[in-house]
Design a binder for this molecule. Structure first.
Ligand SMILES: Nc1nc2c(c(=O)[nH]1)N[C@@H](CN(C=O)c1ccc(C(=O)N[C@@H](CCC(=O)O)C(=O)O)cc1)CN2
Length: 286
């Protein structure tokens, strides 16, 4: 059994991105800029935003984190997004989710310019993914595909993939990416009948349910690749995934841990998307 460490794979990819940025610097070019908006004081979001800023710094990318108070109104947030849309120095914009409950996430995401939407959540980018065109793809699904590729899973012809979870951030885009690589994909969710029987057919199992250790060994087909997208904080403050890692690890061909699995890949793919946004931006205005 192989453990796929996102913490290690992301370091390798960040090294490649850093080299590209060093080349820009050497050529005296403008450097890519990522702007992250954080509203409120959710501790997990604060920590994710900090790791995004650190990741930018580590590869020489500029990060502009904009912290707005919990009391921010919808209009104030929309105004900030609009200001960043119009700022020619900003290549990528990300609004950290979830937003406080008084704010409407959908209209905020819709307000981000699609060519700066490095989270890939704008309907233009979602539509591009659906129709097989080039656009921005959400970072977690991109990271999962890199993890699969790292264990030789690129052409998925003849393989059954089961994705548990149907969110816009993970389940829906990931199902499309797996299908694009020729997997036969089933999307499962909380209302799926006999989830266990379905998972037992999966050559590739993706768990994005948000329920700690829900996927036990009896859900797993011998030799499956298991990707755990869940990040659940337990009462003892430790993190655990949606998959019972210890119980499954000997049955799976490859498995991702939590922490140090998919999470670091999400941040790494954000850097990759921002560099892509920068290159497009420079092609048009540079
Ligand atoms: N606008 C967005 N909001 C959110 C996204 C997103 O992709 N776009 N994803 C998640 C949170 N997230 C990034 O924003 C994220 C989650 C986890 C990690 C990570 O590296 N986790 C570590 C553990 C960290 C810890 O100790 O708490 C790991 O798994 O090893 C990075 C980013 C929701 N919001």
């Amino acid at each position: 059994m192989e453990i796929i460490y996102g913490s290690e794979l992301s370091q390798k990819i960040k090294g490649e991105l850093k080299q590209e940025i060093e080349k820009l610097q050497k050529d005296g070019r403008r450097l890519p800029v990522l702007s992250v908006i954080l509203v409120g004081d959710n501790p997990a979001s604060q920590s994710y935003v900090k790791s995004k800023a650190n990741a930018c710094t580590s590869i020489g990318m500029e990060n502009r984190t904009i912290r707005m108070p919990h009391s921010t109104t919808q209009q104030e947030l929309l105004n900030e997004v609009q200001r960043l849309n119009e700022d020619p120095q900003v290549d990528g914009i990300l609004v950290q989710l979830p937003l406080p409950s008084h704010l409407d996430e959908v209209s905020v995401v819709d307000a981000i310019s699609p060519d700066k939407d490095v989270d890939g959540l704008h309907p233009v980018n979602a539509g591009k993914l659906l129709t097989g065109r080039d656009g921005f793809v959400p970072c977690t699904p991109l990271g999962v595909m890199e993890m699969l590729a790292s264990v030789g899973y690129t052409d998925l012809s003849g393989l059954n993939a089961v994705v548990i979870g149907r969110s816009n951030l993970v389940g829906k885009p990931l199902s499309l990416l797996l299908q694009k690589q020729n997997a036969t994909v089933t999307m499962a969710h909380s209302r799926t009948a006999d989830l266990k029987a379905l998972c037992q057919q999966a050559d590739i199992l993706i768990a994005a349910i948000g329920k700690p250790k829900k996927i036990t060994a009896d859900y797993i087909k011998e030799g499956a690749v298991v990707i755990d997208v869940g990040i659940n904080r337990m009462e003892d403050d430790k993190l655990c995934g949606d998959v019972d890692f210890e119980a499954i690890k000997e049955k799976a061909k490859a498995i991702t841990p939590v922490p140090k699995g998919v999470g670091p890949m999400t941040v790494c793919m954000l850097l990759k998307n921002t560099l892509k946004a920068y290159k497009e931006h420079e092609k048009i205005y540079g």
